[in-house]
Design a binder for this molecule. Structure first.
Ligand SMILES: Cc1cc2nc3c(=O)[nH]c(=O)nc-3n(C[C@H](O)[C@H](O)[C@H](O)COP(=O)(O)O)c2cc1C
Length: 365
């Protein structure tokens, strides 16, 4: 047996370095994006966010919580933005703190589309969407969960404005010191709303066929990659979560193939498991992965055993962990040493201050 084969068969392969674009990640464990609703006035990440992310810097790569690219792109209270200078300055403290600990961090670029409420929108306008179809879901606004507001369909020229907004936000993320950006194309937000026919009934170039519904996410990815480099651009998708789709396999195979051709650094895939409407539909992630040329990050309900198995099968390159990172800042060390994992306190996930955010101890502490 060759040594690389032997390596691949041990649990340790996951704790070994991995080359992503120009970065060398310390291991194959990624911190998944986690919205925590703790931004300060002006939707600026505070010093406490720098502490929180630095505590988790032993992850091979951190992907930040979603950061709205504009006020229109916001759907929940107290989420941070990436469109003003004060937001850039706030994020700079985060990236400096993570880099000082030897970590790497990408910013997740977020536009919620129809998943919003008039109270969060500029001039209390209706949230925007590919089509005027309301989602059956709630958002957290004014300290309570409320039904989303009735959305309105975007005009063609407004679509171009949003694509330009993603590009500008990507430039700002790099100005804030991020190692790259992740385009949020998952979990029912704007780019997924375009990709799936359950939320997109447009009859122009951005709706209808697989190719037309893919146009928005692909144009955003291309604009972002043109700005910051494809090797610093990742894309997150969730083929069978959130919005219904009549053809998720064909749709996301196509998107994955095109993103691969663009040289996008990674595809970050939320692999079912959140009770989405299409979850029971058969979806072949191996087929999806085969369409995408570069790094594949698998997510959703992973633990070390499952991640190790998938790695040895060659089914994914990196594995992102979300909820486990909330209560375990030193998750990598705990997995490595088979130490017990702390449980999340559900009461302190969204909003508030240090409690349930920066006060989960590391084992070594
Ligand atoms: C509190 C919380 C906040 C989340 N925020 C985001 C987010 O901002 N962006 C995103 O793409 N996914 C978000 N997610 C989804 C997670 O990134 C991840 O897909 C999900 O938790 C499943 O992974 P896990 O089983 O490792 O937790 C969030 C999940 C949770 C629990």
């Amino acid at each position: 047996m060759k040594s690389d084969e032997r390596n691949a068969m041990t649990d340790n392969a996951i704790f070994e370095p991995y080359r992503l674009g120009k970065l060398t990640l310390a291991n194959r464990i990624v911190m998944a994006p986690l919205t925590r609703n703790r931004a300060g006035a002006g939707f600026v990440p505070g010093d406490i966010a720098a502490t929180y992310y630095a505590q988790r810097a032993t992850a091979g790569l951190i992907i930040s919580e979603g950061a709205q690219i504009s006020q229109e792109g916001q759907g929940y209270q107290d989420t941070p933005g990436i469109y003003t200078q004060t937001q850039i300055d706030g994020w700079r403290k985060v990236t400096d703190a993570v880099h000082a600990k030897g970590g790497h961090i990408f910013l997740q670029l977020w536009h919620v589309g129809r998943i919003s409420h008039v109270d969060l929108q500029p001039n209390a306008q209706a949230p925007v969407a590919p089509s005027a179809i309301k989602a059956e879901t709630k958002v957290f606004v004014n300290n309570v969960f409320v039904d989303v507001s009735e959305p309105r369909a975007l005009k063609l020229d407004e679509i171009q404005t949003i694509i330009a907004g993603f590009r500008r936000a990507a430039a700002k993320a790099i100005a804030a010191g991020f190692d790259g950006v992740e385009v949020h194309g998952a979990n029912g937000y704007l780019l997924e709303q375009f990709a799936k026919d359950g939320s997109n009934t447009r009859t122009d170039a951005y709706g209808g066929s697989v190719e037309h519904r893919a146009r928005m996410i692909l144009e955003v990815a291309a604009a972002v990659a043109a700005e910051v480099g494809a090797e610093r651009t990742g894309v997150r998708i969730s083929p069978v979560n959130s919005v219904t789709s009549s053809d998720p396999q064909a749709q996301f195979n196509y998107i994955a193939e095109k993103l691969g051709q663009m040289g996008i650094a990674y595809l970050h895939v939320v692999e079912a498991g959140r009770g989405g409407p299409n979850e029971s539909a058969a979806f072949d992630y191996a087929e999806l992965r085969a369409k995408f040329a570069n790094t594949y990050i698998a997510n959703n309900g992973y633990d070390l055993d499952r991640a190790t198995l998938r790695l040895t099968e060659g089914a994914a390159d990196l594995f992102s962990f979300g909820r486990p990172f909330i209560a375990n800042p030193d998750l990598v060390e705990r997995l490595k040493t088979a130490a017990p994992l702390a449980e999340v306190n559900p009461a302190t996930i969204y909003g508030g201050g240090a409690e349930g955010y920066t006060d989960y101890p590391s084992i070594a502490a």
